[in-house]
Design a protein around this ligand. Sequence first.
Ligand SMILES: [Zn+2]
Length: 93
Amino acid sequence: MRAIVFLLFVVLIFFIIRFILNRVIQIREHNKKLAEDKKGSLAENTTEAMVRCALCDIHLPQSEAYYDGKDTFCSEGHMHKFHHQKNTTTTED
Ligand SMILES: [Zn+2]
């Protein structure tokens, strides 16, 4: 008799552990999904910030662009070239 009670007790514990494990896995997967969604929206935000080079009209991410306080450029060289062109045209006229 004692053996049967012990067996039932073991089976009961087994089912409880299985239920808890399933819940833990469910919560983990849910959190993982939420974290991935957050990452995805962050990536979208970074790709959205695009600026245009004032000299060659090429589009590039804002983080890679050069900003002189008024215009954005794809490279330092284009920034200097743009200012040089501007200065020479205004002084020649
Ligand atoms: Zn450029």
